[in-house]
Design a protein around this ligand. Structure first.
Ligand code: NAP
Ligand code: ZN
Ligand code: ZN
Length: 349
């Protein structure tokens, strides 16, 4: 018998969130049942709930930054126990046999992984995410949250944390490297914290200087406004890595001009529109333009352990179920410091 749990649902693209109940499957041999405590609001939730990335599946229960506690385990579960603090990120299953899954990069599963929401599992059933009070998932796609990180501050690490940690590691951010983070939102503020903890010299490139004090508090040593055209020549050929967390159109040539020889600009933010650039901007310094997508399960656990070791969590503003529609508007208006997190105990109403 499936278990019915309270959830917040969008009935159609752009619809307001309403309280409802959804069914969660029985706990299978390798499943765990989690009482969700907090679910982060990622800008990707908004893109999908508003169908900004193309057709989505409705009714939709978003949420792929999930933190909670294990309340039931299947007979074959070895990774988690009842009472453990755990999290779920952007996917809940993958084929486990393709070369990318075998490399621990399940985010690039060749069969297509099972998205935590706005997806279908391999039997065809729609998946529902973390804007609810409970979820059942395979133990191999459930992360352990170290004791040092409060659950509300931990939830955003499951997407914003790993999405910035993975490219920072891949492109070698560390002592002696200069990293610029574009956009001080949910992803960006974690990018600043993690890059600084890795030992890089961190600069924030934000639309305005309004969040400068926060950027410096989080570990940046420099902070520039991209609305000021002088920012680009002032930082010419300076950065080894520019990480863009922005979902709006960017003047890519202007950003590439700030890369050193061999420098890389990496997109994690996902603009709706096609972007363009002059190839001259790349060849002039043997520069690279790249993208990165969340991270695999092994690296997500590594990121959580890294954050605990460095005392990092997200800066969160906790909202109730009634506040989610307004929180969406504030995220779109760049009015978030720096991640809204839903207290899911308020969903039952
Ligand atoms: P967010 O909290 O809204 O942050 C985005 C930031 O971008 C804003 O805070 C703002 O920072 C800046 N920005 C907004 N509008 C802008 C504009 N018109 N021009 C320039 N900068 C602008 O969003 P998020 O949750 O961090 O997500 C950011 C993007 O990453 C979204 O597209 C999301 O879908 C995507 N994403 C990708 C992955 C992945 O794996 N690749 C994972 C998660 C999310 P300032 O005010 O400081 O300028
Ligand atoms: Zn996300
Ligand atoms: Zn696979």
């Amino acid at each position: 018998m499936p278990t019915s749990v309270p959830a917040l649902v969008a009935a159609s693209a752009g619809a307001r969130f309403e309280r409802t109940t959804i069914d969660r499957r029985d706990v299978g041999e390798h499943d765990v049942r989690i009482d969700i405590a907090f679910a982060g609001i990622c800008h990707s939730d908004i893109h999908q709930a508003r169908e900004e990335w193309g057709a989505a599946i409705f009714p939709m229960v978003p949420g792929h930054e999930i933190a909670g506690t294990v309340v039931e385990v299947g007979a074959g579960v070895t990774r988690h126990r009842v009472g453990d603090r755990v999290g779920i990120g952007c996917f809940v299953d993958s084929c486990r046999t393709c070369e990318n899954c075998e490399a621990g990069e399940e985010q690039f599963c060749l069969k297509g992984n099972v998205a935590t929401y706005n997806g279908r599992d391999y039997s065809g059933d729609e998946t529902y995410g973390g804007y609810s009070t409970g979820i059942v998932a395979d133990e191999n796609y459930v992360l352990s949250i170290p004791d040092g990180i409060p659950l509300d501050a931990a939830a955003p690490l499951l997407c914003a944390g790993i999405t910035t940690y993975s490219p920072l590691k891949h492109w070698g951010a560390g002592p002696g490297t200069k990293v610029a983070v574009v956009g001080m939102g949910g992803l960006g503020h974690m990018g600043v914290k993690i890059a600084a903890a890795l030992g890089a010299e961190v600069t924030v490139l934000s639309q305005t200087l309004s969040k400068r004090d926060d950027g410096l508090r989080l570990g940046a040593t420099d902070y520039f406004a991209t609305s000021d055209p002088d920012t680009f020549p002032a930082n010419a050929r300076r950065f080894d890595l520019i990480l863009s967390t922005v979902s709006a159109d960017l003047d890519i040539d202007a950003y590439l001009s700030m890369l050193t020889r061999n420098g890389s600009m990496v997109f994690v933010g996902l603009p709706e529109n096609r972007q363009s650039l002059s190839v001259f901007s790349l060849v002039g310094g043997r520069r690279s333009l790249a993208g990165s997508n969340i991270g695999g399960i092994r690296e997500t656990q590594e990121m959580l352990d890294f954050c605990a070791a460095h005392g990092l969590g997200a800066d969160v503003e906790v909202v109730t179920a009634d506040g989610v529609n307004e929180a969406y508007e504030r995220v779109v208006a760049s009015d978030v410091r720096y991640r809204f997190v839903i207290d899911t105990s308020t969903i039952a109403g």
